[in-house]
Design a binder for this molecule. Sequence first.
Ligand code: GLA
Length: 669
Amino acid sequence: PGSLDRLDGIPMLPGFGNGLSQAPALRAHRDGTQGVQEWVCQSYQQSDAEGVQTLLLHLVDATADIDAGLQVTLTLTLHKDTDLLSMRTSVQNTGKQTVQLDWLAAGTVPIAAPLSELGSFSGQWAHEYQWQRGPVPMAGWQQHNRHGRSSHEAPPACFLMTPQADDAEGEVIAAQLAWSGNHAFSLDRNEDGSFLLQAGEWLAPGEVRLAAGDRVQSPTLHVTWSKQGLNGASSNFHAFARRHVLRWPHGRMAPRPVHLNTWEAVYFDHDDATLRELAVQAAALGVERFVLDDGWFPGRPNDGSGLGDWWPDPVKYPQGLTPLIAHVLGLGMGFGLWVEPEMVNPNSELYRQHPDWALQSLGRTPQLGRNQLVLDISRPEVSEYLFEKLSTLLSGNAISYLKWDMNRDLAQAEDAQGRMAYGRQVKALYQLLARVRAAFPQVEIESCASGGGRMDLGVLQHTQRFWTSDNNDALSRVTIQSGATRLFPLEVLGAHVGPAPAHSTGRGQSIDFRGAVALFGHMGVEADVRKLDATEHSALARWIALYKEWRGVLHTGAFHQGQTANGVWWLVQTPRQCILGVYTTQAPSSQHHAPLRLPMLMGEAAWCLRLIGRAGQERARGQADTGWLETMQTSGLVLSGSELRVLGLPLLNMNPQSALIFSLTSDTV
Ligand code: GLA
């Protein structure tokens, strides 16, 4: 057969060049030599505390070459409360000569052969989290992200499952890399049909060089396992984010306030009277936080200039932001502010003073993205400048929220010495965020990157919300939010009622459908609410009130999703209360709608079902008797757990862009 005489099993840390042809967990060399490694475990430490089991494996390269000197520590942390394993790897150069690292997997995960289907996300700007699923190719699979941020195109996550697994049932292993920069995921097929999953930071040429004694640490790979299908894996991710990742001001999540974001209402056109009136109208709708988006700093009539000069525009805001903030606070709302600290426009005071602060490839024409360059925030003087500017804004004003944006990919990301700075930039971002949070612990931060270009468990350690997408078209949002909820809980997913027609697609939906979709997330409004007519105004106020009534469930319960013949459904479950949204996105494909089985309702408890929200029209003709629907609107329809599990909830055909929202309550669970 031509194979080597010794064939090993699958190790925790596959080495390169020593007979094992599978993906090496680490690729390293010293100036082109010593590229072979064979890892042996030298010692280990184990601890078990409060449901968290930790195993540290210390490995060395088994070689007689005394100059080789590499040590690896694998840290495996098992969170029993969420069925989640966290893995990270560190490498130390214990030799004398510099080591160059070309690849370091955060972890290597064996995937049993039956889990032969892969789910992952593709996307682009305004089209994030497009779920795709199919068999793992015989040749394996790779996903490389070189956008310098988590990216719209390939967020750092994947799901492996049996071909039979679906949303509700079957075996699934899912992985997320807690990292906001370049990454690589790979699946290699083993001789026995099983796979090796690896994920880690994608390293640019020469990016990691370890001098004698230096150590490097990979990001953390979080892996979960479930037999309850994709929803089971997602629930584990959600629970993990809630218990172990999110850090709220004052130690616990306050009810997620309804936002009014000014972006699609006024764009760069900041006029005092308009903004004040917008705030008045927002407060009347029940909005609780007013977020002043891009356009408030000097030299910002459009996106061509101004980034870097983080003080209020003296023309638009002659007395600073204080009068507007006082007005907003006077209306009972909190105040949030948009910033994009990592960026600089060449046309700005900052760039004119410090042109060398931008990451750029010397000798080449700088590559702009949205007319801007990226600052080298790993330089202490740069992060100091940004911290000082943010501190001045936050300490001089009652600002309780920052929308922290990042609107371009990294390219030519070399520092002043010509060294690749992709990964360092991400670490510097985390440090700056942590510093701002430590100095202003009451301030929440939203992670935005042209919509959902920076959504991952790494940045979520420092932030409390993602801006899921610049696409506020509610029909597009059904798909985007269905995808994003596979990874993140609803309370961190910004979901706004935008204008109709939607600015991103030109397609319009009723205010009710927009409200029904924004309900399942951290709800907000991003439209010129001064232009709503009386009917729209009261409809939007009703959706906001419904969100407030149910956010306690939406933001703490277990999330489930699934497909119907004509759309999707989302359900959030707590022991005695559930909220269910059924969204019709396509024209009905059959005369009558099939009942919706709800397998998560275990036991025989009686559930009282009410129709608490409705958007769009039922199909005009050919419906079965819908008397049950009236009952749901009046006294409530009582069905048992087994009826809902086995027979299902009766539904009716609706036209596309319609939704039915139900509550399920039980006193007998
Ligand atoms: C990005 C964000 C938007 C908005 C604009 C402002 O595109 O995703 O929500 O903040 O920037 O320039």
